[in-house]
Design a protein. Structure first.
Length: 585
């Protein structure tokens, strides 16, 4: 979005939203315009960092040159632009693999490097996310290449202390940071390099002092690269420091006190050792790394631990539609070094044949499962143990019975209907009712009616010029202790006149730290209700899975914008939990 809005439409803050509507209608890139959020000043700000646009830039301009010679429109989104960007992504992938080879040659001989490269390129989910179905256009592919370059220039600078190497190192770390903010951890790679005991620590301090001018230049370049993102935020929102991703999607975020380590490593949903089992050899290689390459051990260990910790701390730790856990792919560069040492050890040991057989089996399995997910046999988000083994080595589409084995997740269906089958596998766990009798949530007596009531002594009046809206809310911890729950929200409504079509509205949503997420506005034709009598209406709502906090709250809201008053009573929230809480393991 950054590039066409800047160079083609000259509308980076999206003052003309109809441009976006036409693009989405024409190319069906997404069902809604979730890529940007509108701020208080009226400008739209992109949710995602600017870094990838810098990588796309030369290939976008190439498409600008090529497109006039084709029958496609030069609108920044047509097929020539798509093809040029994908070719560019493939080129960046090849640069990453070529650079990784140069990095590995610092540690092991070429024959061991070759085997390691085959393992990374074909034996992990890097294959799928770098070269299949346009996945290479996402940040993980570029970050893999950037980390290969970061490790390479970290090593060569510590060998030769040349100015050009520190310039490139700062540039690539800066690009990583504006591609994904959490990549600030990349700074720890050069900082901790060559430190493995007390004396090496003081040697490192001495080295940094000796080349302090280069270190100052490093900092200047790093700040300059990051200022690209900050200046864009200032231009579009009026502030240098904002969090558009968090503001637009408060249902997801970092929960550093609640990491999901076991889930990202061992779960059948996205576990590293389930979908990339060949990397067990990389973790075994840390033993050899400490024995023979102490100078880089701490650098890799700290970087890998913090990267895994950040990924595990993301509330949506399975990261949506992907094969395996795509967020871990950039760490494969660091892991390839202990992996190469493992390869060297096993190839030169009596276990050579067993090792090669396992590598062959794991690599073949990865290639086959990459094909399975491309064909829709493996699910991109809601895998379970039962479904995994049910479809293991399957080449035909899953049947209805197999689909029932999938986890019930937030991406399962956009149509949230509590079916008869759901009623068999869920049970009423908790409820909250507001009958406007004893607990009135600070409702004024003047807004209550004692003449018209469904039960008890009073009901609530919603009318123009007075109280127009009522919300019944409840914290998640009082509704469920499970990973998700179905909510039935109901109320009784008394109409004195037939309302206009849009006079009365219903909203159901969750809230995290007062930020709304998963808002639904169910369509209900209130004109079909009977007047001068009580009508019961009910709505269902599926909470997102693995909510960020038990302090998150659910809201059920009714608003009357019409001229005629309405009465409501016995507003009820019921939580239906799964009888068996499905496990991701």
């Amino acid at each position: 979005m950054y590039l066409p809005l800047t160079f083609k439409y000259h509308d980076l803050t999206i003052q003309n939203i109809s441009t976006i509507d036409l693009i989405l209608q024409k190319y069906h890139a997404s069902e809604t315009f979730y890529q940007a959020i509108q701020y208080e000043n009226g400008n739209y700000v992109m949710r995602y960092p600017i870094g990838l646009s810098i990588f796309y830039l030369p290939f976008y301009f190439l498409a600008d040159i090529i497109t006039p010679f084709t029958s496609y429109p030069a609108d920044g989104f047509s097929k020539p632009y798509q093809i040029c960007i994908l070719i560019g992504c493939l080129i960046y992938s090849l640069i990453g693999l070529f650079t990784l080879r140069k990095v590995l040659l610092f540690f092991v001989d070429d024959k061991y490097v070759a085997i390691t490269m085959v393992i990374i390129a074909l034996g992990t989910n890097y294959l799928f996310h770098a070269g299949i179905h346009g996945q290479g256009a996402m940040s993980h592919n570029f970050l893999f290449t950037l980390y290969a370059l970061i490790f390479y220039y970290t090593i060569v600078w510590h060998k030769h202390n040349k100015l050009k190497d520190v310039i490139f190192l700062a540039l690539f770390i800066g690009l990583a940071m504006i591609s994904r903010a959490s990549e600030v951890v990349a700074l720890l790679i050069p900082i901790s390099f060559n430190i493995f005991n007390k004396s090496s620590f003081f040697e490192k301090i001495k080295l940094l002092k000796q080349f302090k001018n280069q270190i100052i230049l490093f900092a200047i370049i790093l700040i300059a690269v990051n200022s690209i993102q900050l200046l864009y935020w200032k231009y579009s929102s009026g502030s240098f420091f904002i969090n558009p991703y968090g503001a637009s999607n408060p249902g997801e975020g970092l929960e550093l006190l609640h990491p999901h380590f076991s889930e990202i490593l061992f779960s059948f949903r996205k576990g590293l050792f389930i979908y990339t089992p060949i990397l067990i050899f990389a973790f075994m290689g840390f033993h050899f790394l400490w024995k023979v390459k102490k100078e880089i051990f701490l650098s890799i260990l700290i970087y890998c631990f913090l990267s895994f910790y950040i990924v595990a701390s993301w509330s949506c730790w399975w990261f949506g539609s992907c094969f395996g856990n795509r967020a871990l792919i950039p760490t494969y560069v660091a892991l390839s070094i202990p992996l190469a040492l493992s390869v060297q050890y096993f190839i030169t040991s009596k276990m050579k044949l067993i090792f090669l057989i396992l590598v062959g089996l794991f690599t073949t399995l990865n290639c086959f499962q990459s094909w399975q997910i491309y064909q829709g046999i493996l699910h991109e988000s809601n895998m379970s143990r039962a479904y995994y083994f049910s479809t293991f080595l399957q080449i035909s589409p899953p049947n209805e019975e197999q689909n029932k084995l999938l986890l019930r997740g937030k991406i399962n269906s956009y149509e949230e209907i509590f079916t008869k089958n759901d009623s068999l596998i869920h049970s009423l766990a908790n409820f909250r009712i507001q009958n406007f009798e004893t607990s009135r949530d600070q409702i004024s007596l003047k807004d209550l009616s004692t003449d018209i009531k469904h039960s008890g002594k009073s009901s609530l009046i919603l009318k123009s010029g007075s109280l127009q809206k009522f919300s019944l809310q409840e914290s998640l911890e009082n509704l469920t202790q499970k990973k998700y729950t179905w909510i039935k929200a109901s109320l009784w409504v008394f109409l004195q006149e037939i309302p206009m079509e849009n006079d009365i509205s219903i909203a159901l949503h969750m809230s995290h730290n007062k930020y709304i997420f998963k808002l639904t506005r169910p369509k209900f034709n209130f004109t079909t209700l009977k007047i001068n009598c009580w009508n019961r209406i009910e709505f269902t709502y599926l909470t997102p899975e693995d909510l960020r906090s038990t302090r998150d709250r659910f809201y059920f809201t009714i608003e009357n914008k019409g001229k005629s008053p309405i009465n409501i009573d016995d507003v009820l929230i019921e939580s239906y939990e799964p009888i068996i809480d499905q496990s991701v393991f």
